[in-house]
Design a binder for this molecule. Structure first.
Ligand code: NDP
Length: 503
């Protein structure tokens, strides 16, 4: 029997007032249903915001140490749930279990960073310019924060937003992506078990275009932290402006990997495969454009094709799988269309493209439940939204393939003569999220660091690499507002009050 999951509002599990639910499909098994989730409506949002607003009155007065205790307990439970949660992420997102475990680990590392960093964050005080006046900047929580997250990292992204918001004394209304509601509600369950006071964290499932909207436009919401497409990010920015609601937007990318002729080719190849095909290419810092300096282009491509063709695409629950399906039918159709368009535009596909994974499906044993038990022969026969690692060469800067975010396992490769030419091509984009260069020439590395228009610049490190003490955010149309992680990840959720005290 398929479970029905409820919203988490004001510390209670509640059905939506709409009385409607939607299904959650495992993308490795077309037509499957992992559970029924609440199709929430405006009334549910209204209630959640009301609960969060009431809870804020008390929560804002808790000490930082007290908030740290709750978050510390949450992180302990998260660590204990690593295996169970990883399975849920794989089941509803499709990524491999190895990738899901890495996602949970990343959330733990980032969460622990914020947990300790918040102590240092509060503590700016000093004598004023006048001898008898003491001045300091006091950080005040904003109030209710709306967190809207995507399906590609269904638990890590929400943690990166939610934990800093809670640690700085805000309350949260969280809307997970409709492809991955289960992971979101699982996190709500952890907050409940950590003993977080009622209303401090609320989770509502339902369509972004109806309830996401509703969160953004409500004047009780003082900040929106959103990760997703640039198109929706722009809508949110415009809507939030009506109430001067603060926004933190992490949006799309078209990240370039530049490989110079003097590079360690095998290391660059590893970077291309890791950042190009992890999570089936569905991550905002994935490598999607590769710019090869001409003398090494042929050798690099031969190795890249061999690597792609050796990859097993299949059910993420299997240890043998290197790459899982893409997240769902819409994503599958969009990627297929992008591949067809690239061919029409004259780019040459040298590997991949096929959208069936039948050879991998035949190797697939029975599918398991989230707890790893049971199974069914039906699943073994089923097909999923599989797309093989795909590489195009002969790509020109004016092609859609070079310009648009595809968000799938598709690499666009172009060749160049000089670093200037490569930088010009890499920067010829509305996006500016991540980037990388592979070179052994330190002067080339410095020229790249100074010249690349991106929020993240990597030298001999792949485009998806990040550390919690470093800001995580894009420039141009890849992001707006303060970046996540680092000190700015906390600062995004506080107002600064300038205090002047005499006496
Ligand atoms: P969206 O930007 O549409 O969705 C991201 C989140 O925003 C989801 O929770 C979604 O809800 C919600 N949402 C959708 N519309 C609104 C709205 N009008 N107001 C408030 N919230 C809204 O991304 P998709 O999931 O549809 O993916 C589409 C493309 O976006 C991808 O192909 C990729 O290019 C890009 N993307 C980028 C990500 C990144 O990390 N930078 C992450 C995910 C996607 P719901 O799921 O219910 O629609």
């Amino acid at each position: 029997m398929t479970d029905t999951f409820k919203n988490f509002v004001g510390g209670q599990w509640k059905a939506s007032r709409t009385g409607q639910t939607f299904e959650d499909e495992n993308p490795a098994v077309k037509g499957s249903n992992l559970g029924f989730f609440q199709s929430s409506g405006p009334e549910d949002i209204d209630e959640a915001l009301g609960e969060a607003e009431v809870a804020f009155r008390t929560w804002r007065r808790t000490s930082v140490a007290e908030r740290q205790q709750y978050v510390s307990e949450f992180l302990k439970l998260l660590r204990e749930s690593r295996e169970e949660l990883s399975r849920i992420v794989t089941l509803e997102n499709g990524k491999t279990l190895r990738e899901s475990r890495a996602e949970v680990d990343s959330a733990l590392v980032e969460g622990n960073y914020h947990l300790t960093q918040v102590s240092a964050f509060y503590g700016h005080t000093g004598p004023g310019a006048a001898r008898d006046i003491t001045t300091w900047v006091q950080y005040e929580p904003l109030g209710v924060v709306g967190v809207i997250s995507p399906w590609n990292f269904p638990m890590n992204v929400m943690c990166r937003k939610t934990l800093p918001a809670l640690l700085t004394g805000n309350t949260v209304v969280f809307k997970p992506a409709s492809f991955t509601p289960w992971s979101g509600l699982f996190m709500a369950g952890l907050f409940e078990r950590a003993g977080l006071p009622a209303g401090v964290f609320n989770c509502i499932t339902g369509l972004g275009s109806s309830i996401g909207n509703r969160i953004v436009e409500d004047p009780r919401v003082r900040a929106i932290s959103f990760t997703g497409s640039t198109a929706v990010g722009k809508k949110i920015q415009a809507q939030a402006a009506a109430n001067l609601t603060r926004t933190q937007l992490e949006l799309g990318g078209k990240n370039a990997l530049i490989v110079m002729a003097d590079a360690d080719i095998d290391a660059a190849l590893e970077a291309a495969v890791t950042a190009g095909f992890s999570n089936a290419g569905q991550w905002c810092t994935s490598t999607s454009r590769i710019l090869l300096q001409r003398p090494i282009a042929r050798a690099f491509l031969d190795k890249l094709v061999a690597r792609c063709e050796g990859m097993i695409v299949g059910d993420g629950l299997l240890d043998s799988t290197h790459m899982g399906p893409v997240a769902g039918p819409q994503q599958y159709q969009d990627i297929r269309k992008a591949i067809c368009r690239a061919q029409t535009d004259g780019a040459q596909m040298i590997t991949g493209g096929e959208t069936s994974a039948s050879e991998d499906v035949s190797r697939r044993p029975v599918r398991r439940s989230a707890e790893g038990e049971g199974g069914s022969d039906e699943a073994a026969k089923a097909d999923g939204y599989f797309i093989r690692p795909t590489v195009f060469i002969g790509v020109r800067c004016d092609m859609e393939l070079f310009r648009e975010e595809i968000f799938g396992p598709v690499l666009a490769v172009a060749e160049f003569e000089s670093l200037d030419e490569a930088l010009k091509a890499a920067n010829d984009s509305i996006y500016g999220l991540s980037s990388a260069i592979y070179t052994t020439d330190i002067r080339a590395a410095r020229r790249y660091i100074d010249g690349i228009e991106a929020g993240l610049a990597h030298v001999n490190v792949h485009t998806g690499y990040k550390e919690p003490s470093m800001p995580f955010g894009g420039v141009k149309q890849s992001g707006a507002g303060l970046p996540e992680n680092s000190e700015s990840g906390l600062e995004a959720f506080v107002d600064r009050k300038a205090v002047y005290l005499r006496g």
